[in-house]
Design a protein around this ligand. Structure first.
Ligand code: ADP
Ligand code: MG
Length: 467
């Protein structure tokens, strides 16, 4: 249904009208009423969005739908660029407005008003991050249940609470699910903040001499949700401010939930008094999902986007990406975009070709050094790197040493000679012998070895990307 004569404003208006018929009212008002059309150039439509959270959520949920609808209505390939403009969000004051920003008079009359927010909070939550859209598995059941219990009864259970785990495993999703649940079901005042924003806000308040406003802002809330506290490391001023905020909230029975990419004991350069506050509550880890959970997550992401992908493709993705849910999601987004824009089915061959880059970058082991593997393995087994490289033949050292050698062989391209020399100048036949020993334990499906090697591999891959 190509209509070359339509101008871009009309194309956009028709696109939003078409989408309105395809998504629920609440999704429409949560997402499309907060978008602003800002023009088009060479087939690329710029849409202004209010925040990075909104952009990321919109990106994974609706970008493909918007691009394919634009393409269909205009009759030419069209893409979308999302640009953050802080004053874009009109949902609190204006009626639903997916209509063009520069063409407000043109807005169609039957657009429904946006449901008023139940409470006003100084925070931007991604509406896609809810308990409903989170797929719990063995790896995250405990964290999921605790987050749900906190959302239903803030301030009375598990206070404070720390959720920790590797990158892309759903910490922010669960933290914001608490916020979204509370916002939808009560008038309790909540605050979601990243440690980075808390820090910037604090610095700004010092510059502007508005510290008392800063303190009021963070101390008036009933629930403080603070993301990524590992960024507090080495920042003494902020730590002291957070310590005071923490005490104020905690002493008056208010709920605090933190996330971190590592357990409290691995946070470096954190003052003892703040560390003891973190340790005071419940600390729960989120592990990478197992194979079945990865399949369940992939299916849920397809269902969310109203798209079917064959099970052989889903299995291929789940086998090749094991330690990051965000990467699983990216695969689905890429395949849907490919299929919708080019109007092609997704065969296993197509999927392999299209996902090459995502899978390779996820399995990217460049940058992992022998020394790094030795240190990580030593920390995991609670022994010293010096002992791993040494000559001791005690059982408590032999196992970490052979696992570390095996990881060096599987995660790096170093030769057995090079590995041998980094392990205190051993003979390369020792390396070959140990590596074979671990390989045969894995082949025999020895549970301890398999578990240790999987955990350490994931940890090393994640940590090496951070360093
Ligand atoms: P983290 O904060 O741990 O780095 P995020 O919460 O940002 O990770 O999650 C990354 C992406 O993966 C998000 O889009 C999130 O919705 C999705 N995700 C993570 N875990 C799950 C899960 N168990 N079920 C559904 N989606 C998930
Ligand atoms: Mg996060």
């Amino acid at each position: 249904m190509s209509e070359e004569s339509l101008n871009i404003t009309e194309i956009w208006t028709r696109t939003t009208a078409e989408i309105r018929g395809k998504v629920s009212d609440s999704d429409y008002s949560s997402w499309f009423s907060r978008l602003r059309f800002d023009g088009e150039k060479n087939g690329c439509v710029t849409l202004n969005v209010p925040s990075a959270f909104f952009r990321d959520g919109f990106e994974s949920k609706y970008r493909t739908l918007v691009e394919s609808t634009l393409t269909e209505i205009s009759g030419r390939p069209m893409t979308v660029k999302l640009v953050i403009k802080k004053d874009t969000d009109t949902s609190r004051t204006a009626p639903a407005a997916a209509a063009p920003a520069r063409d407000t008079a043109d807005r169609s009359k039957d657009q429904k008003p946006v449901r008023e927010k139940k409470n006003s909070s100084d925070c931007q939550l991604n509406p896609a991050y809810t308990f409903d859209s989170f797929v719990p598995g063995e790896n995250s059941n405990f964290a999921y249940s605790a987050a749900m219990a906190i959302a239903k009864n803030p301030g009375s259970v598990y206070n404070p609470c720390l959720l920790y785990g590797g990158v892309g495993l759903g910490k922010t999703h669960l933290l914001q699910s608490i916020g979204n649940y509370i916002q939808q079901n009560s008038n309790i005042k909540i605050m979601y903040v990243t440690t980075e924003n808390f820090t910037n806000d604090f610095i700004q308040s010092i510059n502007d001499k508005t510290q008392s406003q800063f303190q009021k802002k963070y101390r008036k809330v009933s629930v403080l949700l603070m993301d990524d506290i590992q960024f507090l490391q080495k920042k003494e001023g902020i730590q002291s401010e957070l310590f005071n905020t923490f005490n104020d909230l905690y002493d008056t029975g208010r709920q605090i939930v933190f996330t971190s990419d590592r357990p409290v004991e691995e946070l470096r350069d954190i003052s003892d008094r703040l560390r003891s506050r973190f340790e005071r509550g419940l600390c729960i880890d989120i592990q990478p999902p197992d194979y079945e959970t990865r399949i369940a997550i992939l299916k849920a992401k397809c269902a969310e986007k109203n798209f079917t992908i064959s099970s052989d493709v889903l299995e291929y993705i789940a086998k090749n990406i094991s330690s990051n849910v965000r990467a699983l999601e990216s695969c689905i987004t890429k395949l849907i975009a490919y299929s919708t824009l080019l109007n092609k089915d997704i065969s296993l061959e197509t999927a392999k070709e299209q996902l090459k880059q995502i899978i390779n970058s996820n399995n990217d082991t460049s940058g992992i050094t022998i020394d790094f593997i030795i240190r990580s393995t030593a920390a995991y087994f609670n022994v010293s790197p010096f002992d791993i490289k040494g000559k001791s033949r005690g059982q408590s050292i032999i196992i970490p040493r052979q696992i570390a050698m095996y990881l060096c062989r599987t995660l790096t391209d170093y030769s057995t000679n090079e590995i041998a020399s980094e392990f205190g100048g051993k003979n390369h036949t020792t390396v070959i012998y140990y590596v074979q020993k671990v390989s045969s334990l894995i082949q025999a499906e020895d549970p301890d070895t398999m578990n240790t090697v999987t955990k350490l591999t994931n940890l090393i891959k994640q940590e090496s990307k951070r360093n």
